[in-house]
Design a protein around this ligand. Sequence first.
Ligand code: ADP
Ligand code: MG
Length: 240
Amino acid sequence: MISIENISKWYGDFRVLSNCTTSVRKGEVVVVCGPSGSGKSTLIKCVNGLEPVQEGKITVDGDEVTAKRANLTALRSRIGMVFQHFELYPHMSVLENLCLAQEKVLGRGRKEAVVRAEKLLTRVGMEDHAKKYPSQLSGGQQQRIAIARSLAMDPIAMLFDEPTSALDPEMIKEVLDVMIELAQEGMTMMVVTHEMGFARKVADRVIFMDEGAIVEDRPTNDFFDNPESERAEDFLSKIL
Ligand code: ADP
Ligand code: MG
């Protein structure tokens, strides 16, 4: 579903990604971890074309993201992305947040968009909050709405960038539970997170990055039980 071949990226003289190669199969859940500044966010931004790369090739469902004439708008409407800071539209109700792109980008009619929105609100346990505005919700609730909003576009894959790291501890679980369910339903997911409980439970593979490089890319249990690199071992000893 997602293929990343030998990508490198520079910000000026600074090489932020070095020869990264990996892939995510349909239905696979891949967790990306590593120290702060190792390039995790940059890597997943490249996957949906939010950041250009100077070298290498990325394809999503056969379409080349890194092609000069890639239709990034069409591509992004097919890949859901959830960030650390739930970027809901503050001046719109929850329901409008979920309907906007369905109507404007996918061209769905009002009725269809509302039906889909309500279904997803139920799925993330937010069916009683459709009329509220983002500021009236907790961080965990806003993040669940952000996930529902992405799902409303019927994405072929979901990218997450530290979706729980800005949340108070008591809200982390409610967001992870939604993500776990999504993973178990077979969604293709690439998740930057340091929630290793989540990784152990649903990730098929773990990618460990350091200094812009993919240092390990291994089946989850192998990674945790027997990290190959000293850097991953050191990282795990600090966060587990
Ligand atoms: P991570 O998500 O692993 O913490 P990032 O991908 O955000 O890492 O950043 C990797 C490195 O690239 C960091 O050193 C960061 O300072 C640098 N960086 C990120 N964005 C930019 C930018 N727009 N311009 C210059 N340097 C950047
Ligand atoms: Mg980051």
